[in-house]
Each structure stands twice: as C-alpha cells, then as structure tokens.
Design a protein around this ligand. Structure first.
Ligand code: BTN
Length: 256
C-alpha cells in the first residue's frame, strides 16, 4: 500500500480531540487518509483535515462534493463496535453547536445531516475499521463553511447552503474547526465516561426529525409514520398509522 502524503502542517490542541491535527492540501477522502494514517501512528484524537477532497464520500456510497472553501475533517476515535451508531449521531452535536456559535441556527436531521431552513449545510460519515485487532471509529465531518455554492453540482446546490451564505461575518475554517473540536472534546469525553443517555437527550433536542411525519427509505423498503424516538443504539423509531413501532438503524428520511 502506498504511504500517506506529507502534511502541509501539523498543529496541536490541548486535550484529546485534536491533540494532533494534520493538515493536507488535498485528500481523496479524509476518512480514507485517516485510516491510512492509523498505520503511521495516528491515534485516538488525531484529526486529519484537507483543503479539498477529490473523492469525498457521503452516507450510502453517495459522493460528497468537496471544493476548496469547505471544511473536510476526520477524527480518529475509539469505541466499541456496537456504539458506532450512537457515536455517529452525537458527533452531530458539536457541529450544530459550532454553527450556532457562528450565527447559523442549524439543527439535525436523523441520523446526522446538519441542516438550516431545510437546506443541508453539513454531514457526518462514521466508519469503523480494524487495525491489528484494534477497532477504531473514523468520524468524518463535512461542513459548507466558506465554499462557493456555485461550485457544487446543480442537484446538490438547490438543497444546500453554507455558513458564508448565511452570515455576514467571515469565519475562517481554522477558527471554525478550533471551536468545533473544543465542543467535540466535551461531547466525546462525556460519551466515553458513560453519560450517553444525557447525550442522546441532547441529540433529540437538536434533531428536527423527531415528532414529524416521515417516510424512511431503508434497505428493506419504505416505512411511513411518525418519527417517535431515538433508540440508545442510534436507530430511529417510527410509529406507523396502525401503532406499530419500527426500529430503523440505516435509512434516509424523506418528507412524508
Ligand atoms: C453525508 O451527509 O452523507 C455525510 C457527508 C460526510 C462528508 C465528510 S467530509 C470529510 C469526510 N471525508 C469524506 O469522504 N466524507 C466525510
């Protein structure tokens, strides 16, 4: 396997998350680069950032357009394989907190689309990977911070917005990431030390999907009903018109 490219720079933050931040001019996908770097000493809390991605990936094998200006980062984390679903949900909390801090009153759409006024402004792709018998979780975060929406594919552009579009003040990607990682540190610390119920409660509070009439497209077909709750494993619970509850761990929420 070819080695990882050389970073443009390396920074450090106090704490675990971002104790090492490796910045690259470009990556195929920061999630893939983070996985590659696991073989070269990347450890829990390492953050990989790229100014653009060539083949950025979204959930369900979709592509994530990644022109310069956007924030593309992956965080190396460690949790038990059964907790990846919950961790991928709560990873949305610091992203929403950062957007709100800088003036965009964003929220979450299950599982972890970051949205503002029904338009997508960010997303999270969490992937589990084994290296030498150790399980790692790579949490990839994409935020439309300072990209020109015109550079997104037309079909994406219509349903997307950016920080730059929504606020007058310029916020650099460095400043945004620094704030985000500070919030991530807090959420991840609480996740590791066991207050997951409280975090899921916070997630529910930020998730606009709960309580809505929805159709969820799943690998096994569509489920229609009211988004009832979030299970501890991160699955969404939908109650259909007959009152039956469906627990769905993998799917896409569509309008009802
Ligand atoms: C989604 O909404 O479908 C998830 C999008 C996740 C995009 C980020 S950008 C950084 C990281 N690298 C990737 O290839 N994807 C994630």
């Amino acid at each position: 396997m070819a080695g990882a490219p050389t970073p443009l720079s390396e920074d450090r933050r106090a704490g675990l998350v971002g104790h090492r931040i490796l910045r690259f001019a470009a990556a195929d996908s920061t999630n893939d680069l983070a996985k590659l770097l696991l073989d070269e000493g990347a450890d829990e809390g390492t953050v990989v950032v790229a100014e653009r991605q060539v083949t950025g990936r979204g959930r369900h094998g979709r592509s994530w357009a990644s022109p310069p200006g956007g924030l593309y980062a992956s965080v190396v984390l460690s949790c038990e394989p059964t907790a990846v679903g919950a961790l991928s949900l709560i990873a949305g909390i610091p992203v929403v907190q950062a957007l709100r801090h800088f003036g965009v009153f964003a929220g979450l759409k299950w599982p972890n689309d970051v949205v503002f006024m029904e338009k997508k402004i960010g997303g999270i792709l969490a992937e589990g990977v084994y290296r030498h018998d150790r399980f790692w979780t790579i949490v990839g975060i994409g935020v439309n911070t300072n990209l020109d929406l015109e550079r997104l594919p037309e079909e994406v552009r219509a349903r997307a917005t950016s920080l730059k579009r929504e606020v007058d003040l310029f916020v650099s990607n460095e400043e945004f990431l620094d704030f985000l990682l500070g919030k991530f540190e807090d959420v991840y610390g609480r996740f590791k030390t066991g207050t997951r119920d409280r975090l899921l409660k916070e997630y529910r509070g930020l998730c606009g999907t709960i309580g809505k009439q929805v159709t969820v497209e799943t690998p096994k077909g569509k489920v229609r009903g009211r988004a009832w709750d979030i299970a501890p494993n991160g699955a969404i619970i939908v109650m259909d018109d007959a009152g039956a509850k469906h627990e769905i761990s993998d799917g896409t929420v569509l309008p009802a």
